[in-house]
Design a binder for this molecule. Sequence first.
Ligand code: KIV
Ligand code: ZN
Length: 516
Amino acid sequence: MSATDHLVIFDTTLRDGEQSPGATMTKAEKLRIAKVLEKLRVDVIEAGFAIASQGDFEAIKNIAETIKESTICSLSRALDKDIDRAAEAIQPAQRGRIHTFIATSPIHMKHKLQLGPDEVVEQAVRAVKRARNHVDDVEFSCEDAGRSELDFLCRIIEAAIDAGATTINIPDTVGYAIPEQFGETIKQLLNRIPNADKAIFSVHCHNDLGLAVANSLAAVVQGARQVECTINGLGERAGNASLEEVVMAVRTRQDLFQIDTRIDTQHIVPASRLVSTVTGFPVQPNKAIVGANAFAHESGIHQDGVLKHRETYEIMRAQDVGWHTNSLVLGKHSGRNAFRTRLLELGIQFETETELNEAFARFKALADLKHEIFDEDLQAIASDTRKTEKDGRFSLVCMQVCSETGVIPRAAVTLMMDGKELTVDAEGSGPVDATFKAIESLVDSGCNLQLYSVNNITSGTDAQGEVTVRLERGGRIVNGLGADTDIIIASAKAYIQALNLITVSGVRQHPQGADV
Ligand code: KIV
Ligand code: ZN
């Protein structure tokens, strides 16, 4: 196997992560996440699938122009047009990688590709050679390797390495593998493929059986030297292996792994928060490493133990992964400069002065209500401002809600709709229901509400509530986010944002759909 002194972390939050239904991110949001990934010292950032749409292409290019420390990668199917587009997108990068893939399992070759094994090998070789004409760093993936035949994997991988692939990725695309068996597959591949020493072997595990991290770690034990993962385990269906879990398992159990990553773990929690805010996917409280309860000790016995000697019940230190008690950053009297400086420290930069001014106005309004403003509040303000600026058919002008014991809740909502101000009121089973019904009686969107959730951004009853609304229409899914100290207003904002997103047309190709 090609030498590496560390375990390579390949983050695919911006590509596989974005394949989660509703997790679509804007170009500016992707760049913000890429900057945090760079701070984390991620080795490779898979910034997208260049041929999927003009928006995806531009997002990758933008990241390639800005990020200096991480390698920037674009996914491409094993097709000439995909590879050339990927090469164009990563062209500005200091270090660029093309990641090309083709399915290798009997079921995918027969039903999706409708190609025989010889044709698949031929196409893979051609793709790798074409990618190598553009860049020196080429990754080749055997899609659905988890259900592929070992002999065929050996054959196609040997050919791909001969053709110039420098990283070979073994994806468990459908999350079917079991740790011991998956580790054994990696071991067999490394032993049996004669030129295996010319490439780094990588794994990419999905979490359908909740085993993505375990499978990835079993592969590392057997010699895999790159793990593909995402922040918060975001990704297609049940998600990918979570970056924070893989990294902290390897770091905490150096006695077993004897290889470490280069990740600066103190940026893990901020990265997790950013991804959650941008996508509207809340982090469950009991999620390892980044969940709100991950370092909280409830029982008296545990607390007593931790107070006497931390390591009785703690295997990691909260501050090592970026947890800190909410530190007060700004207040009512903070000026525009202090506001701008703190945002820059958080990696948030607005594209226009108008956006900054609008965000500052929101900050002042919030500081009047809440007095103490934390980093998390600033992130929510930034997200809210960007989303409002970006999309436009509907915006909230004002609203009034009546919620009283024994009386049917009512909401009166005034919306700006295509430049016209319209007011309507409606009843509902509760104030949120009444608000959504009022909005719908104006918009008549035909959407299905798939998810409604509320989280507090910081602690305390004066905290901002952050609401996620997921809407579906004609198979298209979007997430809207809204933050406010009043959760009914936050709900209206989230609903309106989701409506704005769903009305923006944007057809993009899925990399794993059939088009060969
Ligand atoms: O899950 C998968 O197989 C993928 C490939 C495109 C690498 O995401
Ligand atoms: Zn995947």
